[in-house]
Write a protein that binds this ligand. Structure first.
Ligand code: FUL
Length: 448
C-alpha cells in the first residue's frame, strides 16, 4: 500500500458522535468512595465489615458545587471498587450499603449522587471495578454473569450515563484463577441501555488510558491509534504500509499514533486519551494528605485538555461524606484561574487571514491585531469530526528584521492544543502548519 493512500485513510479516521461529545466534556471529576475511606487502604481486601461505611454528613450537592466551581462538566463515581462493596443496594450481593448503618440500610449513594449531578447540570457516569475481591464467584465464568447483572442495574436505574469506566486491574479469585473478563458482553450491554455513553478501557472501544496516573501527557497525542493497541475499537483503515509487528504496543508507549509507528499497523481506529489523576497522592481519602498545588493542576489542565486529551480529576470524600475544605478551596482556585485565563478571546478583535502555500497539507494563518497585543495562550482546535490531521506546526512572530521567526513549536492539535506563548505585545502572529496528513480543517483559533 502507498504511503499517500494510507495517510489519506489515516486522516479520515473519525470519532463516533459519543466520542465527539466526550471530547467536548473536556474536564470532569472522579470520586473514589468506599470502605477504603474508613480503613485508610487504597485497595480494600473485600473482607471489610459493611458497618464501617457510615457517611454521617453525606452531601452530594456539596460535591457538585465544588466540582462545578472548578469548571468541570461531569462526575464519575466508584459504584464498586476492587473491594466489591456496592454503593447502591444491589440485588446480587449483601456486601453493600444495604448492610451499613447509613440511612438505616435503606440508602443509595449512586442514586443520590446521580440526582445531585442532574440538579446541578453535571453529566453523571460510573466506575464499576471488574476486579472484585469480595465476590466468591470471582475467577469463574459465573462471575461474568454476576458482573453483567450489576452493570445492568447501574445502566437502567440511574438515568442518562455519560461515561462508564472499566479498570484494567485483574487479580486472582478464591480458586487461584485470574478472571477472564467478558468485555464484549459488557460493552454490548452498555450499547443496548446507554448508547450515548463512552466506554473507558485499556483496549478501547471509545476512550483509552493515557498510560500514567501523574497527569503527564505526551508531547504528541493522537486520537487515531493502531488497532493493535485498542482491539475493542472499530478498525477504520487498511494496512500495513511496512511489514512488521506492533505487538509490543501498550498505553505507556511514548509514541502512540505517530507516523513511524502507524506505518506498521494493520489498521487504525479512533480512541482519544484520558488523563486520570487524583487531586491528592491517593485515590481515596487520607486525612494527612494535601491537595496538589494550583500550579500543578493548572499545568495538567494545559497539557491534557490543551493536549488533545480529557482531564479526569479525582476528589476523595471524607469519612463524613463531604469534600475536604482544602480540596474545595483548591477546586475553586483552579476554576477561577481557568476562567480568568480563558475568558476573553482576543481573536475577536483580530483579522485572521489564511495563506495558501500551494499545498494541501501545508497552510498558514496570519493574525493581525488593531494594536500591539500581548498573547499568553494560543488555542487551536481541529475539526476533529472529520479526523485528526496536523502533524507539526509552529507559531511565528516578526523579528527585528521583519522576518517570521518561530516562538513556539508544536506537534499534534486534534480536539484542542493550548500553546503557552511569551506574552509580549505584537501586532501580528502567524500559525504555520508545517505538516499534515491531509487538508487541514480548523474548528477554532483563539488567543488569550
Ligand atoms: C487503578 C485502581 O487500581 C486504583 O485504585 C484507582 O481506582 C485507579 C483510578 O485505577 O487501576
Amino acid at each position: 500500500m502507498e504511503i499517500r493512500d494510507f495517510l489519506k485513510q489515516a486522516a479520515a479516521v473519525r470519532p463516533s458522535p459519543r466520542q465527539l461529545a466526550w471530547f467536548d466534556t473536556e474536564f470532569y471529576a472522579f470520586v473514589h468512595f468506599s470502605p477504603n475511606t474508613y480503613t485508610g487502604l487504597e485497595w480494600g481486601t473485600g473482607k471489610e465489615d459493611p458497618a464501617i461505611f457510615n457517611p454521617t454528613k453525606f452531601d452530594p450537592d456539596q460535591w457538585v458545587a465544588a466540582v462545578k466551581s472548578a469548571g468541570m462538566r461531569g462526575l464519575v463515581l466508584t459504584a464498586k471498587h476492587h473491594d466489591g462493596f456496592c454503593l447502591w443496594p444491589s440485588k446480587y450481593t449483601e456486601h453493600s450499603v444495604k448492610n451499613s448503618p447509613w440511612q438505616g440500610g435503606k440508602g443509595d449513594i449512586v442514586k443520590e449522587v446521580a440526582e445531585a449531578c442532574r440538579r446541578g447540570g453535571l453529566k453523571f457516569g460510573f466506575y464499576l471495578s471488574p476486579w472484585d475481591r469480595n465476590c466468591p464467584l470471582y475467577g469463574s465464568d459465573a462471575y461474568n454473569d454476576y458482573y453483567k447483572a450489576q452493570l445492568t442495574e447501574l445502566l437502567t436505574g440511574y438515568g442518562e450515563i455519560f461515561h462508564v469506566w472499566f479498570d484494567g486491574a485483574c487479580g486472582e479469585g478464591p480458586n487461584g484463577k485470574r478472571q477472564v473478563y467478558d468485555f464484549d458482553g459488557y460493552i454490548e450491554l452498555i450499547r443496548k441501555y446507554q448508547p450515548n455513553a463512552t466506554i473507558f478501557n485499556d483496549k478501547g472501544p471509545d476512550v483509552r488510558w493515557i498510560g500514567n496516573e501523574s497527569g503527564t501527557a505526551r508531547a504528541a497525542e493522537w486520537a487515531v491509534v493502531p488497532h493493535e493497541l485498542c482491539g475493542l475499537s472499530e478498525r477504520q483503515t487498511d494496512g500495513p504500509v511496512l511489514s512488521g509487528s506492533l505487538s509490543y504496543l501498550y498505553n505507556t508507549d511514548p509514541y502512540i499514533g505517530t507516523m513511524p509507528e502507524i506505518l506498521y499497523s494493520r489498521g487504525l481506529c479512533f480512541a482519544g486519551a484520558e488523563v486520570d489523576m487524583s487531586i491528592r497522592p491517593g485515590w481515596f481519602y487520607h486525612p494527612e494528605e494535601e491537595p496538589h498545588s494550583l500550579e500543578r493542576l493548572f499545568n495538567t489542565y494545559l497539557t491534557s485538555v490543551g493536549g488533545n486529551a480529557c482531564f479526569h480529576l479525582n476528589i476523595p470524600p471524607t469519612p463524613e461524606g463531604l469534600f475536604d475544605e482544602r480540596d474545595v478551596k483548591r477546586l475553586k482556585e483552579l476554576g477561577d484561574k481557568l476562567h480568568e485565563t480563558f475568558a476573553a478571546d482576543l481573536a475577536e478583535q483580530a483579522e485572521i487571514v489564511k495563506e495558501t502555500l500551494d499545498s494541501d497539507t501545508q497552510v498558514a494563518w496570519v493574525v493581525r491585531f488593531p494594536q500591539p497585543t500581548a498573547v499568553r495562550y494560543l488555542m487551536l482546535m481541529e475539526e476533529i469530526s472529520k479526523g485528526q490531521r496536523i502533524e507539526r506546526f509552529k507559531v511565528q512572530a516578526r523579528n527585528a528584521f521583519g522576518n517570521w521567526e518561530a516562538i513556539y513549536h508544536g506537534t499534534t492539535v486534534g480536539h484542542k492544543r493550548i500553546c503557552p506563548l511569551d506574552g509580549e505585545a505584537r501586532g501580528e502572529l502567524r500559525v504555520l502548519v508545517a505538516s499534515a496528513r491531509d487538508e487541514v480543517l480548523l474548528r477554532r483559533i483563539a488567543l488569550f
